[in-house]
Design a protein around this ligand. Sequence first.
Ligand SMILES: *Cc1c(COP(=O)(O)O)cnc(C)c1O
Length: 235
Amino acid sequence: MNIKDNVREIVANIEKAKADSPISAVKVSLLAASKVQDASAIEEAIAAGITCFGENRVQEAREKWLGLREKYPHIKLHLIGALQTNKMKQALESFYVIQSLDRVELAEEIAKIRKTNGGGRTTEFYIQVNTGEEPQKAGVLPEKADEFITYCIRDLGLPVVGLMCVPPANQPPAPHFALLREIALRNNLLNLSMGMSGDYETAIRMGATCVRIGSGIFGERIIKQMLTPHEILLA
Ligand SMILES: *Cc1c(COP(=O)(O)O)cnc(C)c1O
């Protein structure tokens, strides 16, 4: 299977999953998780119709997308990996959406930069929720989510539009997707970034508006040494 066939199959599966469930979203965007993929694989995905890409590391994304961005100005880059406060300025310059906002320190730094330098390229934020309460994983804890969401939106004025989660690898994902949806609904957030190669159809049936797919599009990732320990857990 090549990238084009993979994308075609996934798009068809997305449509099927949408038709299956009364709570599925009208529009589900397919984000290609392109960590460790080189420019030629990314260009194949673009040729197959992908317009939305997710990267995990600020530095890798900046290097890889420098040329690609000029060639394909319509592409929207999302940051889906854990973020450090000292990379925030670069992240705001590079990403259209940041999906991994997960702590007060980060949110305050973003608000400060936006005040002095503007928002850069970033127009939307998602808050990542650690639905499995895994110590090694990024994300705000579920019981702290309401407070953090309110702080980001009301006190800091950040354009938070949705929630993101990465469920534990060794558990059925459905309860995690349900929890994320519940938190989003009670906070009036419309977007749910949930579902990866192994569980995106389940996520769509449970209301996902954005699915993040890596290996399903590009094949198994092999260059594991380029990943951080957190990402190896996901790989
Ligand atoms: C790598 C990654 C994905 C995609 O994972 P696959 O299982 O390869 O589809 C999705 N979300 C995040 C945050 C990732 O790091």
